[in-house]
Design a protein around this ligand. Structure first.
Ligand SMILES: [Zn+2]
Length: 105
C-alpha cells in the first residue's frame, strides 16, 4: 500500500514538471516561440513576434509589435488578445528561450 502511494506521487510530480523543463514559464504566459532581431548571438535587440499560450484563458496566440506586444529595449509587455491578461517579461527570459531552441527563420 505504501509503495503504491509513493509510486503514484512520483508519477504525478514528473508529469507536472514536464512543461517547465521544456518551455520557460513567465507566470501568466507560456512561451512557445520567439522571433527577434539579435544584437549578437546571445543578445536580443528588438522583439518582433512571440507565440505564447495565455495561462489565464489557455488560448494560444501570436503577438506582434502593437498587437499584444510592446518591445521595451528587448523586454516585452505582453497582453492576451482574448482575455486581456498582461505581464512584463524581461529580455533575459527570451534570451534563455532562444538559447534552448534553435529556430531558423
Ligand atoms: Zn488570455
Amino acid at each position: 500500500m505504501c509503495i503504491l502511494v509513493g509510486a503514484l506521487l512520483i508519477t504525478v510530480m514528473s508529469v507536472a514538471r514536464m512543461p517547465n523543463t521544456e518551455f520557460p514559464m513567465t507566470g501568466k504566459f507560456l512561451i512557445l516561440g520567439v522571433r527577434a532581431e539579435m544584437a549578437d548571438a546571445q543578445t536580443i535587440k528588438v522583439l518582433q513576434q512571440l507565440e505564447v499560450q495565455c495561462q489565464s484563458c489557455m488560448q494560444e496566440c501570436m503577438l506582434t509589435e502593437g498587437e499584444g506586444l510592446v518591445d521595451v529595449q528587448g523586454a516585452g509587455l505582453l497582453s492576451c488578445p482574448h482575455c486581456g491578461e498582461h505581464q512584463a517579461v524581461s529580455r533575459a527570459r527570451f534570451e534563455q528561450f532562444l538559447q534552448m531552441t534553435v529556430r531558423k527563420a
